[in-house]
Design a protein around this ligand. Sequence first.
Ligand code: BDR
Ligand code: CA
Length: 313
Amino acid sequence: MEKIILDTDMGIDDVFALLLSIYSKKIDLKAVTTVEGNCILENANKNALKILEMSNCNNIPVYSGMDKPLQVEGVYAEYVHGKNGIGGVEYTLAKTQVEEKSAIDYLVEETSKYPNEITIVAIGPLTNIALAVQKDPDFVKNVKRLIIMGSAEGAGNVTPDAEFNFYRDPHAAKIVMESGFKDIVLVGLDVTNRIPLTKKLEEMLLNINTELSKFLYKATRMGAEFDRNEGLDGLILNDPLTIAYLIDNSVLKLKNVDVEIETDGEKRGKSIIKNSDNSNYKFAYDLDINKFYKILFSEIFPENTEIINQYIK
Ligand code: BDR
Ligand code: CA
């Protein structure tokens, strides 16, 4: 079992990533740490607590993290995720609360208690991770590996050059990339843009017809409309690809790269990816699309494999 901490800004595709890490028997989700990004931090916390409660996983703690980028002004992605982060779907708040300890202290302390055992999966801006790097010089060596949803070798989704997570906190992305983690896997838009929640998959969610599938269908309406207006085939399922990779490595094809981050000006948040055989940073350049969809939906809806098999070959 892969022990992970999920660092998330709890937008709508983050919900899929959180559910996948809760439901998969190959993932041992130790905790959720939140960061501001897709929505304000308070909503990210509420969303994380709610999804855990809905999944009967109240025992998994949520640690609240940083509510602004290191140096630049915060931007949000309400046009995809709604003001509350989950497509404007209203819900009664979970009964649980976030922990007292901050996400940054938790990240530092937990990885130092279990050096080399914990994988951090970062699917929001990298603010918490950069602050943990700055807080404790041993943090970088204590982390087993870091899987990041961020970057774009080709086109961005906020500006022509930049992907949202790196754009929102480019200084954090730069600190993380330059801090010498022993193993980083970067999952960027070049692969995630190829995994929309298509019309067919939306129909599958409706046919599965459980509370959870109906909730996911509703929560993805706003993002689906936005992404379709952008010429994509449906809401892009960026974040769960990181977890699917941990469940089955063969879902991604990786190449060794050096990464540079632009922090200022028009190209803020751009990632410059250069092939480099000597680097221990890996970048996803291709994926098995059907394998991804199969993993995602059959792990989250194990009782509905018959329906899933009709839609995903
Ligand atoms: C990333 O930014 C957010 O909108 C998504 O949740 C994902 O983490 C994609 O650029
Ligand atoms: Ca995210």
